[in-house]
Design a binder for this molecule. Structure first.
Ligand code: ATP
Ligand code: MG
Ligand code: FE
Length: 337
């Protein structure tokens, strides 16, 4: 089975060919980072235009790199949502056109299922498992009893962790997207400004990062009023340590309480070196099997969409061509469909 997948949910235009949901034949990613950098964030209107300009070239490149022709494909998959509607639409229209014109089965994919199944491109999944989803728009703990079953145990009540990273980076005058810069500063830091941790109710798997973000902004503002400057590395370290502590403790508690076989990490913030180290240490101490995708598979890419599409392929659960891009698509609903 060879699935060609497209991903255009945000500011990455990507196309990939994946064999049997596991083997990457190609995974071409074109980032619009440089375009959005000067605005300090993704501009939706600009993003969808860029996708239109790039998608055909990226699709052709992914087939060429895979050494595969359209007639060798088993299905065409695309991110249905969540994401920016104008961006999603570009991928959805392109994928539908391809499926229709070549008589190929069509599969709409939930973006977060993609982030989770990125782990199957670099190793095996062992069910039941706990998925810690940490990305630009999501922070969730998901319990998976079996392949394709998703039960959300908790989620952020305000900012997503990637969003908090980007806002803190902005306050520190670091370039967009700020996550990797905050990560680097935190690792280089020779000191730390302690920041609060939002544990919420003792039994809760929810998260909250807006208080932490405000604490960082307050510390910076108060220092400015005293005509002092804080070492940005110390600020970054305090912020990152708070994030890492809460994510690590809650994820491990979820593994233990549900008796999961494995902890898998998903989403752009899974690229965070501080988080990776913290989870590696905690899991090895507790004897928990841990999976984190290699860096290139943590952030948005189409190979992960093809990996999740394979779930539906195995069940012959294809998507009708009148499917709509859905910026608010729910993971549970997608899995059931
Ligand atoms: P979603 O997947 O929720 O729809 P998204 O697709 O925009 O959102 P991803 O591509 O999964 O998000 O991740 C992007 C986020 O990851 C950005 O907020 C970015 O700052 C963050 N990020 C990337 N690398 C790192 C890192 N090393 N440390 C912390 N954050 C990082
Ligand atoms: Mg992105
Ligand atoms: Fe994403």
């Amino acid at each position: 089975c060879r699935i060609l997948a497209l991903e255009t949910s945000c500011d990455e235009t990507s196309a990939a060919v994946v064999e049997d949901g596991r083997r990457i034949l190609s995974n071409v990613v074109s980032s619009q980072m440089d375009t959005h950098k000067r605005f300090g964030g993704v501009v939706p209107e600009v993003a969808s235009r860029k996708h239109v300009e790039t998608i055909t070239r990226i699709m052709e490149a992914s087939l060429e790199e895979a050494g595969v022709q359209l007639k060798d494909l088993s299905a065409v998959a695309v991110t249905q949502g969540p994401g920016l509607v104008g961006s999603l639409l570009v991928g959805v229209v392109a994928a539908k056109a391809l499926a229709l014109s070549h008589g190929l089965p069509f599969i709409g994919v939930h973006h977060i299922a993609g982030h989770i199944y990125a782990n199957r491109l670099s190793g095996e999944l062992h069910f039941p498992l706990i998925a810690l989803v940490v990305s630009g728009g999501h922070t969730e703990i998901i319990h998976m009893e079996a392949d394709g079953s998703f039960r959300r145990l908790g989620q952020t009540r305000d900012d997503a962790v990637g969003e908090a990273y980007d806002k803190v980076a902005r306050a520190l005058s670091l370039p967009y997207p700020g996550g990797p810069h905050v990560d680097r500063l935190a690792l280089e830091a020779d000191g730390e400004i302690p920041m609060p941790r939002a544990w919420l109710e003792p039994d809760s798997y929810d998260f909250s990062f807006s208080g932490l973000k405000s604490a960082v902004l307050n510390a910076l503002n108060q220092a400015a009023m005293r005509k002092e400057t804080l070492d940005p590395a110390h600020v970054a370290k305090g912020f990152q340590q708070s994030v890492i502590d809460v994510l690590t403790v809650k994820a491990l508690r979820a593994v233990k309480e549900t008796g999961a076989e494995q902890l898998v990490v998903a989403g752009g913030v899974a690229a965070n070196r501080g988080l990776r180290t913290s989870l590696e240490e905690a899991c090895s101490r507790e004897g928990i099997r841990l999976a984190i995708p290699p860096l290139a598979l943590c952030t948005d890419n189409a190979a992960m969409i093809a990996a999740a599409a394979y779930l539906k392929w195995e069940r012959k659960s294809f998507t009708a061509l009148d499917m709509k891009a859905d910026p608010m698509l729910s993971l549970e609903d997608w899995a059931k469909a």
